[in-house]
Write a protein that binds this ligand. Sequence first.
Ligand code: EPU
Length: 444
Amino acid sequence: MEMLVVSGGHPLSGRVAVSGAKNAALPIMAATLLADGPVTLRNIPQLVDVATLARVLVSLGMKVHGDTSAALHFETVDDSQQTADYELVRRMRASICVLGPLLAKRKRACVSLPGGCNIGHRPIDLHLKGLRALGAEISIENGYVYAAANQLRGADIYLGSAFGSTVTGTCNVMSAAVLAEGTTRIEAAACEPEVIDLGNFLNSLGAHIVGLGTPCLTIEGVESLSGGDYSIVSDRIEAATLMIAASLTGSLIELENVPVHHMTAVLEILGQVGLKISQWGEITKVDGRGERSAVDFVARPYPGIPTDVQAQMMSLMSVTSGKSIITDSVFPDRFMHASELTRMGAQIRREGSTAVVEGIPRLSGAHVMASDLRASAALVLAALAAERETVIRRIYHLDRGYERLESKLNALGAVIRRVEDQPVELPMAPSLAENATRRSHRAA
Ligand code: EPU
């Protein structure tokens, strides 16, 4: 397995481009199942999750080809396949995004239930509620969701929960409703830019969805969708991650393709921290050279501060003088990174869905483990600002959702090496060693 070795304390400078958004690319790729003709997708990020979903689609009878650096092409060659297998789905929860499109287009869907997740409890009850409301018969057997409907029918659907709405749930129900007979109204729909991007993509193929970006979507069902050519929106979470890197290293950097209009809350809180962010045509200048102030925030559904930048912000607050109170209202248990940051010297106390961070002048390099995608990014960022070297293991999480994060940071002047993790011969406690020697003598 690979690991990252980050040498801290190097200032950043220069310019890099933000890639396409993972969380838009995945449901849009899944929705290509709905199209009657070939679909070309551009600005797809080169990620392990994208490769995994491409494999799921191939297993469902689609031809997927092309080069992610330019464009990927999708075409149905065998529409008799209806099963998304556990072996593939267990690698990535977002595979559940094929459920709605598969059901709507092929009348039957059998999709493995995604399993546990390090960021907390992640049920799909709202996805199933929405599809049932459209007329699907749904059962769960042997770890699979079985869904069937000869003709989905429009309905009024409420998708709210105690945590707000559901992003991939809205994607699934909206994707199914575009081919339903009649009108569907989704109340408490997720307003995330990635849901809007999926809606814009579906509309570009001939769907009739209005209200995108609001909690109330109205979808007039159509008989079929055509093929098309679509470019994925840029990744607001990657942009925020790079901005936080500039702040942590006290640097001035430039970013291309920042979706600033999707980042109002993030830009505001980073402004309160002390970053100066300005737009120069296509270029976003991020100046993190000034003094920093601690901020409190609650991660909320869009347009709030995204839960997907909570971990990176915690790294920043760990080395910002003062006290910061961070709450995650979307995933109240998404705090695995806090224990690893503590191993680097951070002062973090967890109280339920809240973490209280007392900023210290400097973190120290340590051996740490990535537990999920954004936790990995948070550790890389913390390591950039830490003394000496930090070794980050389990970085396969990082590769799932960031396109060459260490290459982009190195292009800006960071010093990060990707190396093979060598197994180390561990010393045994003396008493255990003696017992083992006695046992091996007896055996001889
Ligand atoms: N929830 C339910 N029932 C459901 C679905 C969700 O109670 O049927 C709850 C969840 O437990 C959670 C909240 O609703 O507390 C929000 O979950 P949501 O369904 O919105 O999350 P998701 O669709 O599974 C997407 C992103 C996540 C991102 C969340 C929140 C994709 C592929 N994933 O997940 O991205 O954190 O929305 O914005 O779009 C990441 O990129 O690192 C990541 C985890």
